[in-house]
Design a protein around this ligand. Structure first.
Ligand code: DGY
Length: 332
C-alpha cells in the first residue's frame, strides 16, 4: 500500500475537518490551545507533505527550507500575511486560504464594534457593574448617532461590502476607498468611491477591511488620523498592522478622533500593559471576527479541502498563488 501523505496540523480544529483529513493523511496534530512554539513547528514540519496552519504561524523561507517534501500550505484564514507567498511560489508550493465563508461573521462583528463604540456600550456595562448607576441623567454616557452617519470603508472587498450592506439598514451614507472601484457595490448599495483624503475627512466611522501588505502597513498613521473628525470612530477588524498603534494612542488621548474599536492589534496579542488598554475610549477584543461555531467549522473544512487537494497533487479549490500552476490567476 502506498504511504499516506504526512500532514502537520498546528491546532485542534473542528472534528469534521480532522476526520476528513484523517481519511487520507497521516496527521500530526498540535493539540494544545496555544500556538505551536516555533522550534516545535520547525522540528515537526521536516518530514511533512502538507502543512495545515493558522494565522499564528509564520511560514517563511526558514520553515520552507526545513520542509523539503512540503507540497501544500493550507492557512485556516482568509488573510495570509503570515505566509511568505513569494517564497512558496519559488518552491512551487500552492497556498490555500478560506475566502467567503467568514464574510458575514466578520461584518457582524465590525458592526457590533461600530455600535459598541458609538453608544459607549463597554463603558456603560462597566458603569453599572461598578455600582455607579444612581439615577437617570440627561447627560450620562452620551455617544454618537450611528443612524444617518457617514460610514467610510477602507478596502471594499467581500467583508467591506458586507459591512456596507448592514450600514444601509441604519440609513448610513457609505463612502469607500479601495485599490479599485467596485461599480457593482456602488449600484447595489449606493456607496460612493472617494480618495483616501476624502474618506478620512468625511467618515464619522472609518471601518478598515484591507489586507495587510507592504503597501498597507501603517497606512493609517499620524497624518491620516489627524485628518479625521474629532468625533470619528475607527474600527479595525482587518489586521493590526494597517494602523500605527503609537499614533492611534496619541489620537485617542489627545482627541484627534473620539473612539477606536479593535478586533486586531499590533502586536497580537496586545500585551496587557499596552497603553491603548488604559484608554476609556478604546475597546479591544481578541481577534474574534470569524469566531462563530458555524463559521469556524466552515473555515476548517475549506482548509481541509485545500490541504487534501495539495497533498494529492490537485489544484487547490482556494489558492492564493495560482501562478504555481503556470496558467494564470484563478477566477474567484
Ligand atoms: C482571517 O480569516 O483572516 C481572520 O482574521 C481570522 O478568521
Amino acid at each position: 500500500m502506498a504511504e499516506r501523505p504526512r500532514v502537520l496540523v498546528t491546532r485542534q480544529v473542528h472534528p469534521d475537518a480532522i476526520r476528513r483529513m484523517a481519511d487520507v493523511c497521516e496527521l500530526d496534530i498540535w493539540t494544545e490551545d496555544r500556538p505551536i512554539p516555533r522550534e516545535e513547528l520547525l522540528a515537526r514540519v521536516v518530514d511533512k507533505d502538507g502543512l495545515y496552519c493558522m494565522l499564528t504561524e509564520r511560514v517563511d523561507e526558514e520553515l520552507l527550507a526545513r520542509a523539503p517534501r512540503l507540497r501544500v500550505v493550507s492557512n485556516m484564514a482568509v488573510g495570509y500575511d503570515n505566509v511568505d507567498v513569494a517564497a512558496c511560489v519559488r518552491r512551487g508550493i500552492p497556498v490555500g486560504n478560506t475566502p467567503g465563508v467568514l464574510t458575514d461573521a466578520t461584518a457582524d462583528l465590525a458592526f457590533a464594534l461600530i455600535l459598541a463604540a458609538a453608544r459607549r456600550l463597554v463603558e456603560a456595562v462597566d458603569y453599572v457593574r461598578a455600582g455607579r448607576w444612581q439615577t437617570w441623567s440627561p447627560s450620562l454616557l452620551l455617544g454618537h448617532d450611528v443612524y444617518g452617519a457617514t460610514l467610510g470603508i477602507l478596502g471594499m472587498g467581500r467583508i467591506g461590502a458586507a459591512v456596507a450592506r448592514r450600514a444601509t439598514g441604519f440609513g448610513m451614507r457609505v463612502i469607500y476607498h479601495s485599490r479599485r472601484r467596485h461599480e457593482e457595490v456602488e449600484a447595489a448599495l449606493g456607496a460612493t468611491y472617494v480618495d483616501l483624503n476624502t474618506l478620512l475627512q468625511e467618515a464619522d466611522v472609518l471601518s478598515i477591511h484591507t489586507p495587510l501588505t507592504p503597501e498597507t502597513y501603517h497606512l493609517i498613521g499620524e497624518a491620516e488620523l489627524r485628518r479625521m473628525k474629532p468625533t470619528a470612530i475607527l474600527v479595525n477588524t482587518a489586521r493590526g498592522g494597517v494602523v500605527d498603534p503609537k499614533a492611534l494612542y496619541r489620537a485617542l488621548q489627545e482627541g484627534w478622533i473620539a473612539y477606536a474599536a479593535l478586533d486586531v492589534t499590533e502586536p497580537e496579542p496586545i500585551p496587557p500593559d499596552d497603553p491603548l488598554l488604559t484608554l476609556p475610549n478604546c475597546i479591544v477584543v481578541p481577534h474574534i471576527g470569524s469566531a462563530t461555531q458555524a463559521t469556524r467549522r466552515r473555515m476548517a473544512l475549506i482548509a481541509a479541502e485545500n490541504l487534501i487537494a495539495g497533498v494529492q497533487g490537485k489544484r487547490l479549490p482556494y489558492c492564493v498563488n495560482p501562478e504555481v500552476y503556470g496558467n494564470g490567476p484563478d477566477k474567484e
